[in-house]
Unconditional design. Sequence first.
Length: 322
Amino acid sequence: MSVLVYTESENGKFKKNAFEVASYGYLLAQELNTELTAICINAENPKELENFGVGKVLNVKEAKLPSFNAMAYANVISQALEQENSSQIVLSSSTDTKYMAGILSGKLDAGYCPNVVAAPININPLTLKRAVFSNKGFANTEIKTPIAIIGVSSNAFGVIENKVDAEVLDFVPNIEDSDLGVASVAIDKITGKATIADADIVVSGGRGLKGPENWGMIEELANVLGAATACSKPVSDLGWRPHSEHVGQTGKPVASNLYIAIGISGAIQHLAGVNSSKVKLVINTDPEAPFFKAADYGVVGDAFEVVPELIEKLKEFKAQNA
């Protein structure tokens, strides 16, 4: 019997959240005095997980699964759980895993708690703290079913190294044709940039930038910080930026360590999507902008003056500390 974690990968590379769920799983396994097992699908370097407390890796190499498939992945994970006789499954709270977790919960008759932001409050019964109401509050949730599915929120628990010696075993699941009824026909990816979901820092712009021709300074600031770029809904609606960069309640949720909002007033739908970010910095000419009430730091000023100066100061700092 062991705690099982599902570790996401893309193009063979583990996502950051894979190491975060492994770190969470290790802590849970220690609390339960048991082992930690991970399952990964088409990952290039499964042994990398041993740096985060994983003692056994079930390594799936399956040509039928070139990309994420919620039904098939749920079936694969349920077979791994049965083999390991696990009662706890830890996974991320990404869009893909939330979609899959509902299927997995129904398949296993398991309780599912997404958006978990801290270590378990209690083990028996399993009690978890999770974000609710678009990250405006928290709830302590008990899972009383024999099998528990725990969805860890991005950047909530952190990545903690716990070096062990992992045993990597090939795992060959039974994949039914019925599991492959939905298939991806094309996947468009933005390359060479940090993604909103995985980024520690996100630089976001709004209508205060006046037009798409002024986005160069947003991209330059993001490049200096190693950040992802994002935008408010009106900006994507106007076609200034791609919809893939739209963050907020109706766009992509952001749970970065630092969120920089430039020229964004802070409508309630936008704030709901970024509330999970640990530190929020706002740059806006309007001192009455709603975002200032939610921000940790605020700069009342013209973005066209503040941002270029900020970029230069950051470049100087990096040069001096290289």
